[in-house]
Design a binder for this molecule. Structure first.
Ligand code: FAD
Length: 439
């Protein structure tokens, strides 16, 4: 990089938001540099492991199928599963439906899975090569240290000794965006606005994964797990990749701080649970790490994700939905990166560019999706969801399947499960009301 260069756009961060934005701009002939602090696209990115495919359609019809054909995606999700764990027991609900292979708006005659399991290391590397083919100058191993501001306008970035200039800078630097904070657009994250994620990827032969999850060769399972966080608000997820399994847990840091135990120990206990261990037995760990994730839904979304010369996209702008059963960050990152590129391509500048970006976020229904899920954080704040209810559900099944002297009626035994869980009637009514409001 020379000491001073000027581009049409500088994009910071080669995650899904930055890649979508840079690709959409370069495809239209814009000169774009994409700066990534990791040694390659995908190295520093973190996700549980499932991508909803509709966002790639919005960027370019057929892109998802191209990614799948080129091995950038893992397995189509054909089984949606919800698992509840108590200390030594587990129950799993498995939902499978041909509809999972046809996303909304797609041609019913052609298979177009609603979601795929993904590994960022593969998917982002593929996406980056696509962006480079379109003309994006990808600069890995470059960490942006600060923004360059002139007369109140962001005109470029500093990375080490280098200064780069552009008509517009797009900050797609992920959760806890230092760039957005330094521009005065985002408050520092606090323990209530994020979750702490731990993830491990375990390698196993394809056929073993298919047997253990009862999926066929091209099928895949996405499983959310309740009751695996030692009572800390949060949850787990398990995704089947081609020849690996992704296991992840997200914990609320404020509650975790009150626990005496370390989060990696709780995660280890999750892996060793008698209902989980048989799924990963004999596997080899090929990836292990931790990352923050935005948790507060619409409340965390920046209402003004721009300044003169700067747009903020993806998780940096707060775009993540977590309903406990569905976690969406990748598709929202792609949608917002695409919206940022579309706004830039109109040629608008200054405040008008920012307003155009917000208009595009509304147009692609991203903000609608965030607003629709805005009450989930209140529902998810109930600690009973993470211990009392999974315990109750599992214990009810135990009562249902237990044959003993038969002295107590099933009704009595099921009431005993409710009592044992410690959740009072008023608690349950309150949680049911919050659940209703969240819907
Ligand atoms: C445990 C966990 C499970 C999750 N599960 C799912 C899931 O199953 N499905 C889903 O859709 N979402 C999931 N998410 C959320 C999703 O992964 C993220 O929301 C999404 O990846 C955000 O994309 P992004 O492009 O905005 O940011 P990121 O993917 O975080 O990319 C930001 C990029 O910016 C780079 N960067 C940061 N600072 C600088 C700098 N100063 N200079 C240069 N480069 C910089 C980083 O290295 C990184 O590559 C999960 C998240 C976690 C933590």
């Amino acid at each position: 990089m020379s000491a001073e260069e000027k581009f049409d756009a500088i994009v910071i961060g080669a995650g899904p938001a930055g890649l979508a934005c840079a690709y959409a701009l370069a495809r239209e002939g814009k000169e774009v540099v994409l700066l990534e602090r990791g040694s390659s696209a995908g190295e520093k990115n973190y996700t549980g492991g499932r991508m909803y495919a509709h966002a790639l359609d919005a960027l370019e019809p057929g892109l998802c199928e191209e990614a799948a054909a080129q091995g950038a995606l893992e397995r189509r999700v054909t089984h949606e599963q919800i698992m509840c764990l108590s200390e030594n027991s587990g129950m799993t609900i498995d939902y499978t439906d041909g509809g999972l292979l046809h996303r909304a708006g797609s041609d019913p005659a052609v298979e177009a899975p609603q979601s795929w399991t993904v590994l960022h290391s593969k998917f982002n590397a593929w996406f980056a090569s696509k962006a480079e083919e379109a003309g994006v100058a990808l600069a890995p191993g470059v960490r942006v240290d600060s923004l360059i501001e002139e007369d109140g306008k962001i005109v470029g970035v500093r990375a080490g000794e280098d200064e780069l200039y552009a008509d517009v800078v797009v900050a797609a630097d992920g959760v806890n965006s230092f760039i957005a904070a330094s521009a005065g657009l985002a408050p520092a994250v606090n323990a209530h606005s994020v979750g702490v994620g731990i993830k491990e990827v375990i390698e196993l032969p394809e056929s073993v994964i298919e047997d253990r999850f009862q999926i066929d060769k091209d099928g895949g399972a996405a499983r959310v797990v309740l009751g695996c966080t030692a009572g800390i608000p949060g949850g787990g997820a398990i995704y089947t990749n081609r020849n690996t399994i992704s296991l992840a847990c997200v914990f609320n840091p404020a509650h975790a701080a009150e626990q005496k135990r370390r989060l990696p120990d709780i995660f280890q206990e999750f892996k060793m649970h008698p209902a989980i261990y048989p799924l990963i037995k004999g596997g080899t760990t090929v990836e292990y790490g931790g990352h923050l994730v935005m948790e507060n839904g619409w409340r965390n979304v920046m209402r003004t994700p721009y300044r003169d010369g700067l747009l903020v996209a993806g998780e940096a702008a707060g775009y993540v939905i977590n309903t406990g059963v569905i976690i969406r960050g990748i598709d929202l990152a792609i949608l917002s990166g695409t919206a940022a590129a579309q706004a830039i391509l109109t040629g608008a500048q200054g405040k008008a560019l920012g307003q155009e970006y917000v208009r595009r976020l509304e147009l692609c229904k991203l903000n609608d999706a965030m607003r629709a899920a805005q009450n989930w954080p209140d529902f998810m704040a109930s600690p009973r969801l993470f211990s009392a209810y999974p315990d109750m559900g599992v214990d009810m099944l135990r009562q249902l399947f237990t044959v003993d002297d038969g002295a107590a009626s099933l009704k009595k035994r099921l009431c005993g499960s409710v009592k044992k869980s410690g959740a009072g009637i008023m608690d349950m009514v309150r949680d049911a009301w919050r659940a209703y409001k969240a819907l």
